[in-house]
Design a binder for this molecule. Sequence first.
Ligand SMILES: O=C(O)CCC(=O)C(=O)O
Ligand SMILES: [Fe+2]
Length: 324
Amino acid sequence: MRTLNQKQLDHFEEFGFLKIDNILDPESVIDPIIQEYNIVLDNLAEKLYSENSITSKYDDLEFGERVTKIYSDSGEVHNQFFDFSLPQSGIKHNTPFWAGPAVFRALTDSNLLDVVESIIGAEIYSNPVQHVRIKIPEKYCPRDENGMVKFGATPWHQDNGVVTEEADDTDMLTVWFPLMDTDEQNGCLTIVPGSHKGELLTHCPNYRNRGLEIPENLFDIGNSMPVPIKKGSVLLLTKKTVHSALPNISNRIRWSFDLRYNPTGQKTGRSVFPGFVARSELDPNSILDDPFIWNKLWTETRDYLAKSEQFSFQRWDGNDIACA
Ligand SMILES: O=C(O)CCC(=O)C(=O)O
Ligand SMILES: [Fe+2]
């Protein structure tokens, strides 16, 4: 089913982004994810406490306050415990990840897939470039050796720039949504409308110690605008829309999912990671609807990659003149 109207499609086409309200049901889709992550956090607290990495399990606190205390007390950001993807290097047989049933149900939610279908058609592949991002308030957040907040603001980029060249012709759609209201205080996304009409811009590895980033002189940063999003609403981006995320200067966490979809058969840009057919009219038997099989795909991938040569999704040259 196609749920977006012509006005919305035209907006997406013209500006490279679209915010759509009330797509994911907060009670039946988002709250179960939060419950699931409470269990993941329990397990993390047990582990860190048993290793003497934290002084308390903080089990009387709600998720946001608890994760903040745990990261702060341990001096480390443990986001890989929650993520439903694997890291880009150093995968080991015990690298943690969370590919749970409530997460799978959100990835395959029919309202969400209706939106995706409106943009890329009815043969929908869930691209494995996907993350949960939990960002605790910067004032409590552990910092790296350069004094930068670990897992803080997201640098300026195009999603096309974080996948390999194999996906340059892929019609990749980014779907971003928060698990709680997100605004300029707790670090919502900020985007450059219309930037998708240009080329793939040069991304510089670890630019100004912030990570992979497009230098500011390559796009119209003055035209950028923050996009606050409420729980249940979603933001669509094209693979060329320039965007970043603001720092979390609030007292609460900032918690979001970013997912990607492409028409089935096109390259994902991270082909060593497992995607799956989320919707198909042509071949309904190819649809994956079992969250446990999805989990197994990731587990097998991790176990295989732990024994294999390391790969790289990094396509950019830090010596490029634009990065000086
Ligand atoms: O949530 C963030 O901080 C960044 C998300 C992002 O870049 C994306 O969804 O493509
Ligand atoms: Fe992005």
